[in-house]
Design a protein around this ligand. Structure first.
Ligand code: HSE
Length: 381
């Protein structure tokens, strides 16, 4: 099958390279920006792909919503299978694009959009056929895991490790979505859609690591904890809960051993129990390999990953909770139900009583509107 590629950045180049060596697959035209077509396989007009009868599948690795959405829809309408690594696109437009794919009888697979090289959504989708999924989650962003690991293990500085993660090809073109937790949130949205046929669009919470300091990391270490950016999702009533937040995990937790750009994706199935997958969650070849795995699934007959019955829902994060570690100005510490407080130089470090995710994230947002600098992390019990 000849495969066209939309986008020739870090992942696009990896996909092109892997296609050259693949069995049953060969590289087709690559869509690049006007002025960048410096080889005969590069084109600048989508119609050179959608109108090419020899192209059987299109890989979309542009990122962002437009023009990716328009071009993916055009490719599906033209009867091409589509494999995408674009989590923002699927989280926002997945159900509509899936409907077009179904109407045209072509594939729309996106396991490369969640977990990089870790076959998370692929296995999750497989498990839903024979088991009930009870929860999904894990470390789903390679950039922040690389940063947190480097800050904790070698005391590295935030700005320096973010630059390293960008140079290593882990971060998004604009790393804001990585460090704010939004990238991981989009991934847990996709996992909820696949696992529970519910795509949460509102009522979601994501807290990132932008306000984390080397001092915080020193304190976690002193308490025997490691900080990881963890996503969680699960069914609740007619909807789901879904959130992302820095989480302090004890040395015994599997998440603690997840290093560098690795991800740990887990789900609990009613009969199978806990399933845990660990592997590289970001980078050229891990993500390109996930794209090629999806292309092989297309050849094997797999079609639309988004369940047909999937509906958009408002998430409910008011039922799940745990204690939190919160660093904030001493003057605001009274706003939290404290179990322990340590104050040094006007800065309070608080261990709260159990709070719901909604309570903690809403409280932090309210404190920030009053000018307070706040960092918080859930504590895994
Ligand atoms: N920027 C993403 C990450 C790439 O760091 O996880 C893989 O989705």
């Amino acid at each position: 099958m000849k495969v066209a590629i939309l986008g020739f950045g870090t992942v696009g180049q990896g996909v092109y390279e892997m296609l050259q060596k693949a069995r049953d697959l060969e590289p087709g035209p690559v869509l690049v920006r006007p002025g960048k077509a410096d080889a005969d396989y590069k084109v600048t007009d989508i119609s050179a792909i959608t109108g090419a009868p020899s192209v059987g599948a299109v890989v979309e690795v542009l990122g962002g919503i437009e023009p990716a959405r328009t071009w993916v829809e055009q490719a599906l309408q033209a009867g091409k299978h589509v494999v995408t690594a674009n989590k923002a696109l699927v989280a926002q437009c997945g159900p509509e694009l899936a409907a077009v794919a179904r109407e045209k009888g072509v594939a729309l697979l996106f396991s490369a959009a969640c977990g990089g090289g870790v076959p998370f959504l692929h296995n999750l989708a497989l498990s839903t056929r024979s088991d009930d999924i009870l929860s999904v989650g894990g470390i789903l962003n390679g950039t922040t895991n690389y940063m947190l690991d480097a800050m904790q293990s070698r005391g590295a500085d935030y700005a320096e490790v973010l630059k390293d993660a960008q140079q290593l090809g882990y971060a998004e073109a604009d790393p804001t979505a990585d460090v704010s937790g939004l990238d991981a949130l989009r991934k847990i949205m996709l996992a909820c859609a696949v696992a529970f046929e519910k795509l949460p669009c509102e009522g979601l919470y994501n807290e990132g690591i932008e306000s984390l300091t080397a001092d915080d990391v020193r304190h976690f270490r002193g308490m025997g904890y490691t900080c990881r950016l963890v996503a969680k999702g699960g069914p609740v009533g007619d909807t789901v809960f879904a959130f992302v937040e820095p989480t302090l995990v004890p040395a015994s937790a599997a998440e603690c051993a997840v290093k560098d750009n690795y991800n740990l994706a887990r789900y609990e199935a009613k009969c199978a129990g806990d399933i845990v997958l660990i592997g590289q969650g970001a980078g050229r070849y891990p993500t390109a390999s996930a794209v090629l795995r999806d292309l092989s699934d297309v050849i094997a007959g797999q079609r639309v990953m988004m369940p047909q019955a999937c509906v958009r829902v408002t998430a409910d994060c008011s039922g799940c909770g745990h204690p939190y570690y919160v660093r904030l100005p001493e003057a605001f510490a009274g706003k939290l139900p404290c179990d322990k407080v340590a104050v040094d130089n006007g800065i309070a470090r608080v261990i709260t009583k159990a709070l719901t995710v909604k309570e903690m994230h809403d409280t932090a947002a309210a404190l920030r509107t009053r000018g307070a600098q706040v960092f918080f992390a859930g504590i895994e019990e």
